[in-house]
Design a protein around this ligand. Sequence first.
Ligand code: F6R
Length: 234
Amino acid sequence: MKVTIVKDSVEGSQKATELVLKAVKNGAKVLGLATGSTPEGLYKNLVNSDVDFTKMVSVNLDEYVGLAPENDQSYHYFMAKHLFDAKPFSKSYVPNGLAKDAATEVARYNKIIADNPIDLQILGLGRNGHIGFNEPGSPFDGQTRKVALTESTIEANSRNFAHETDVPKYAYSMGIGSIMKSHHIILMAWGKEKADAVKAMIEGPVTEDCPASILQKKHNVTIIIDQAAAAKLD
Ligand code: F6R
């Protein structure tokens, strides 16, 4: 893994933007995308660029169980608002939070990932080291599944909901095994709230207790963190 420390999220988002644009120019066909506050700067830069995704496919990491695409807290809604409305792809896949049967939805999404090998995967980092919604203890070889969110994730994500009790308790998430198959991964993390997770990811043992630590095992990984997130590194 290559670690780049930048001044702030603006500089880091710019670096990530350059890498995405380069990948597109070099023929990337499938982008793996994340939601959350971390990639917002990257998506804004892409919206303001002349990049054309109309011949490409996107595959998102996750979606809350129980939220409809038009719910403004759903990840469908987030992606439309921050990227897809301005920069459509030929096809954009996000797990269906309203799927009637979890096993069918999981199988559908795993087939989508198998049929669309990810050239470049964008990741954020949870305060507890999660990637996607693969919480601590998730198997390193996992595929898409329905996951229970931890209390720490529910609390962190409650900032976007009126009440903490409104935060869904479950999500569909691409598994770590699928994420690791991406040709190239860019993980971004901003702010001091991420400093412990960043340290565990980069300097800690490779353990399912910190899902992102598995990235140490992959060569083609670019970690972009700001100074606050890097503050606890040796
Ligand atoms: C979102 C996702 C999550 C977030 C992580 C960080 O699709 O997969 O792993 O990347 O929770 O969230 P933010 O960026 O809001 O700090």
